[in-house]
Design a protein around this ligand. Structure first.
Ligand code: LMR
Length: 336
């Protein structure tokens, strides 16, 4: 096309941008991994005052990398400046759990952070801004953000469980010695925590003899119902133990997958897992941010309907729902 017109840049906010996940995700975004190789981007990088200098260092490296798609970088410690006009918000920033801190202490710190950022986003982000929360407790932080940014449509506020989804694909691929790209339709139900339920009941593998159910190929039910589930549930902790830091490159990559599929659509016949605001599907209490299987089209996700749920799955889906109900009430009590 002789009249090639470059697309308008999309503005992407990354909070906690001076941290490990931030450092891994910004080059991915600037290379087009998140929105495609023909989509120019402007990065809005936010972090807190004590790491302002490191944040500026990231900005310097982005200049030095000379990414053709990168049309600008705003690096700031001011949430209002950071949120101004953003189309996509990747919320990585949060208070990490330190030694001696109770779950409730972390919860109370993060809930206040997400309450404050909700207002900045609500007032200053572009209309129809899509939000992805990564910082833990991710589902509940997303819920608080939703509650304190009532003018952002609830469909636009999500949390990351694609990391768990990808971990499940990886485990199946290793076990069967097949390409990870040939495995699809695992499901992560519920919370991004150790109560999540990685479900392979509907997962398949592409083989030379067509699509085969994972449950048929892995004949060892005990592995599927036990070790596979705990490995995926505990994978975040296993990475922390190995690296002495939480997962960063896989989290960043999963975040790009999440936004890419949400904006550009899921491939035909494939679903992915996203933490989304429950509408009561599969009997999950409305008003929780719960991970479901979703398909995406034209920038909108919808929960895959009509999947058969057996008793084993039901119990696990309910257990992770129960934890989210407790987190929700704990979060509200932190705000009182
Ligand atoms: C992960 O899944 O890697 C993290 O959520 C783990 C953690 O607790 O930070």
């Amino acid at each position: 096309n002789l009249l090639h017109v470059e697309k308008e840049p999309v503005r992407i906010l990354v909070t906690g941008a001076a941290g490990q996940i931030g450092y891994a995700i910004v080059p991915m975004i600037a290379r087009g991994v998140m929105l495609g190789p023909d989509q120019p981007v402007i990065l809005h990088l936010l972090d807190i005052e004590p790491v302002a200098e490191a944040l500026n260092g990231v900005k310097m490296e982005l200049t030095d990398a000379a990414f053709p798609l990168l049309k600008g970088v705003i690096a700031t410690t001011d949430p209002i400046e950071a949120c101004m006009g953003v189309n996509i918000a990747v919320m990585v920033g949060g208070f990490p759990r330190k030694e001696g801190m109770e779950r409730k202490d972390v919860m109370s710190k993060n809930v206040s952070i997400y309450k404050a950022q909700a207002s900045a986003l609500e007032k200053h982000a572009a209309e129809d801004c899509k939000v992805l929360v990564i910082a833990n407790p991710a589902n509940t932080n997303a819920l608080i953000l939703k509650e304190f940014a009532p003018s952002i449509p609830e469909k636009n506020i999500t949390c990351l469980t694609r990391l768990d989804h990808n971990r499940a694909l990886g485990q199946i691929s290793e076990r069967l010695d097949v390409q990870v790209s040939d495995v699809k339709n695992v499901i992560i139900w519920g919370n991004h925590s150790s109560t999540q339920y990685p479900d392979v009941s509907h997962a398949t593998v592409h083989t030379s003899r067509g699509e085969k159910p994972v449950r048929e190929l892995v004949s060892d039910d005990k592995w599927l119902n036990d070790e596979f589930i705990t490995t995926v549930q505990q994978r975040g902790a296993a990475i922390i133990e190995a690296r002495k830091q939480s997962s960063a490159l896989s989290a960043a990559s999963a975040a790009c997958d999440h936004i890419r599929d949400w904006v550009l659509g899921t491939p035909k016949g494939t679903w992915v897992s996203m933490g989304v605001y429950s509408d009561g599907s599969y009997g999950i209490q409305p008003g929780l941010v719960y991970s479901f299987p979703v398909t995406c089209e034209k920038g909108r996700w919808s929960i895959v309907q009509g999947l058969m749920i057996d008793e084993f799955s039901r119990a696990k889906m309910d257990a992770t729902e129960k934890e989210l109900v407790e987190e929700k009430s704990m979060a509200h009590s932190c705000l009182d």
